[in-house]
Design a protein around this ligand. Structure first.
Ligand code: KIV
Length: 276
C-alpha cells in the first residue's frame, strides 16, 4: 500500500486521528472517515494490560499493525516504534521496515534533537516518519510534571525540537500535553502539520486513544480526554443480561438455533428409536 500521508496533511483542513489496534475497530474508524489511524504503543496499556508502554515489543506492534492495515481502505496507518527499537540508525531502519511490511504507511518515534540523525537516515530510505514531542510516554514514566512547555526555556526547547524534526524530514508531529500557547507557535512555524493530544485547539489535527474516547478505559482519567460514549457500562450491562439469560434458559431461542428438515428429523427419530 503506497498511501502518502502528504496528500492529506496539507494544512487545508483539520486532521482527525484516532488509535486502533484491531481489525474491527480500525474498520469502524475507516468507515467513519478518520484521516489517520495510529497503531499506538498505548496498546500495551489498553490491549495488553501493562502499566506503561515499555514492555511492548516489535512482534506486538507488527501483529496490531497487520490487523489494522487489513481493515483500512482509506485512512493512513501510522505505527509506533516501541521502546528500545530505534536506538541507532540500522536498528531503526530494520524495525521500521518490519512495521511497513506489516502494513504501516508511516512510523512514529518519540523524541527531539536526540533522534534527528536517525530520522534523517530513515527518510533518506523513503520511510515516512511521524515525530512525537511533549509528553513522551516511553521515557517519562511516573514523572510528575506531565504538561510540557510550562516555562520559557521548556517552550524554546520544544520549539527548537519541532523545527529540527521538520528539517530531518518528519512528515508531521504529534504534540502530547503541550501548553496551547506553545502549540500555537509551533504550528504556525512549521510547514508540516501538528496533531495534538491534550495540546489545545491550535494544532492542525487532533488524536485520541479510542478506548478513552469511547469510555472503554477509565484509568487514569486525563483532562484532555473527551468521552464521546460510556461504552464500558453499556458492555457490562449487556454481558450481565447475557449471563442472566443463559442461567435462566432465555438464550438461545429458536431465533438463534438451526433446525433439520422435518422429513430428515422423522427419519432420525426412527433410527434413534430402533437403535436405543
Ligand atoms: O501510543 C499512543 O497511543 C500515542 C498517542 C497517545 C499519541 O502515542
Amino acid at each position: 500500500m503506497n498511501r502518502s500521508i502528504l496528500n492529506i496533511l496539507n494544512k487545508t483542513r483539520k486532521i482527525s486521528a484516532i488509535t486502533s489496534y484491531d481489525y474491527t475497530m480500525a474498520s469502524l474508524c475507516d468507515q467513519a472517515g478518520i484521516d489517520i489511524i495510529l497503531v499506538g504503543d498505548s496498546a500495551g496499556v489498553v490491549m495488553l494490560g501493562y502499566n506503561n508502554t515499555i514492555p511492548v515489543t516489535m512482534n506486538d506492534m507488527c501483529l496490531f499493525t497487520r490487523a489494522v492495515s487489513k481493515a483500512t481502505k482509506n485512512a493512513i496507518v501510522v505505527s509506533d516504534m516501541p521502546f528500545g527499537t530505534y536506538n541507532n540508525t540500522d536498528q531503526a531502519i530494520r524495525n521500521s521496515r518490519k512495521l511497513i511490511r506489516s502494513g504501516a504507511n508511516a512510523v512514529k518515534l518519540e523524541g527531539g534533537s536526540g533522534i534527528t540523525s536517525i530520522i534523517k537516515s530513515m527518510t533518506k530510505k523513503n520511510i515516512q516518519v511521524v515525530g512525537h514531542l511533549g509528553l513522551q510516554p516511553q521515557t517519562m514514566i511516573n514523572k510528575k510534571n506531565k504538561i510540557k512547555g510550562r516555562t520559557k526555556n521548556e517552550a524554546i526547547n520544544l520549539i527548537e525540537d519541532a523545527k529540527l524534526l521538520e528539517e530531518s524530514g518528519a512528515i508531521c508531529i504529534i504534540l502530547e500535553m503541550v501548553n496551547h500557547e506553545v502549540t500555537r507557535i509551533i504550528t504556525k512555524m512549521l510547514n508540516i502539520p501538528t496533531i495534538g493530544i491534550g495540546s489545545g485547539i491550535h494544532c492542525d489535527g487532533q488524536i485520541l486513544v479510542i478506548h478513552d474516547m469511547l469510555g472503554l478505559y477509565d484509568k487514569p482519567k486525563f483532562k484532555f480526554v473527551k468521552k464521546y460514549l460510556t461504552l464500558s457500562s453499556e458492555i457490562i450491562k449487556a454481558i450481565k443480561m447475557y449471563k442472566n439469560e443463559v442461567e435462566n434458559c432465555k438464550f438461545p431461542t429458536s431465533d438463534n438455533w438451526f433446525s433439520m428438515k422435518q422429513s430428515e428429523y422423522e427419519k432420525l427419530q426412527k433410527w434413534h428409536k430402533h437403535k436405543f
